[in-house]
Design a protein around this ligand. Structure first.
Ligand code: CP
Length: 312
């Protein structure tokens, strides 16, 4: 694998291999010396044109656990403010030795553009491009589902699990990445939200489209993945009124209590407590929000290993 740009191009075998590798790497964090020499001599650059807490830090942690050198670029304070282009910025970091560029960008398709432009030789990892894709988020979500719901009984097989993704589907790269990866892995996926937060063409996705969260909860999903409304991406469009949204789509304690005992509550973060998820639910035993973060480091180790070390 030269690049990781989206989950639509991962077949089941590739996805399972990445998840199996992540499961092996997840033990590294518990060692007295949580480091492997695997990527010694490799340089990874975080090229972030949008804000991030989890993705940027966990790529950094993953690279360091594999002994890679890490450089971090954030658009704030960079020469992008002086008009420097993506091409010139990417070529500049490659000239400093970047072997792997992990890029987050507000434009959908930016990672594909960088990977296929011929501007740089480095491997490209998409860390989120506009509303399009965020493949390592979907992989860490699948790793969490495997770890919590399938290890004992199913050997990591997600076939037949029902995952409901709730909220702003239209503007969510997390939803798009999860729909393609989870369905490739055999899960049943529902997308749930008000009509104004559903994307054009959603009826062609391999999912059930639902608007009534309470009826979805009656169906006893194995996991609910709660998403925030991405107000920063909703410009000049109708925005749902906060009161109506909270009333109809917030995962309250009352709603969570109607889920089966094994059902997980997930959220990619950042959470807006009291909007899409009640604070008590976010902190409850069925919430795996912090486990998702932990799995993120192992999954990103697996991706970096696969891009570079795995093939050599
Ligand atoms: N889930 C996620 O991408 O979080 P960050 O924006 O903090 O990286």
């Amino acid at each position: 694998m030269k690049h990781l740009l989206d989950t639509t191009t991962l077949d089941r075998e590739q996805a399972v291999r990445l998840l199996d590798t992540a499961a092996e790497f997840s033990g590294v964090a518990n060692r007295s010396m949580p480091k492997l020499p695997t990527l010694r001599g490799v340089t990874m650059v975080n090229l972030f044109f949008e804000d991030s807490t989890r993705t940027r830090l966990s790529f950094e942690a993953a690279a360091k656990r594999l002994s890679a050198d890490v450089m971090t670029f954030q658009v704030q304070g960079s020469s992008v403010s002086k008009g420097e282009s993506l091409k010139d910025t990417a070529q500049t970091v490659e000239a400093m030795g970047a072997d792997i560029i992990v890029m987050r960008h507000p434009a959908s398709g930016a990672a594909h553009r960088l990977a296929h432009s011929g501007w740089v030789e480095a491997s490209i990892v998409n860390a989120g491009d506009g509303t399009h894709q965020h493949p390592t988020q979907a992989l860490l979500d699948a790793a969490t589902l495997r770890h919590r719901l399938t290890q004992d009984s199913r050997g990591g097989d997600l076939s037949g699990l029902h995952v409901a993704i709730v909220g702003d589907i239209a503007h969510s790269r997390v939803a798009r990445s999860n729909v393609s990866l989870l369905t490739t892995l055999g899960a049943r996926v529902s997308v749930v939200g008000p009509a104004e937060l559903m994307p054009t063409g959603v009826e062609d996705w391999p999912v059930e489209v639902r608007s009534d969260l309470d009826s979805v909860i009656e169906d006893a999903p194995d996991a609910l993945m709660m998403l925030r409304i991405q107000r920063e991406r909703i410009k000049g469009e109708h925005q749902p009124a906060s009161g109506d949204y909270v009333r109809n789509y917030c995962l309250t304690t009352e709603r969570a209590d109607r889920l089966p005992s094994h059902s997980l509550v997930m959220h990619p973060g950042p959470m807006n407590r009291g909007v899409e998820i009640a604070s008590d639910v976010a902190d409850s035993p069925r919430s795996v929000v912090l486990e998702q973060v932990r799995q993120g480091v192992a999954v990103r180790m697996a991706v970096l290993f696969n891009l570079w070390g795995g093939e050599k």
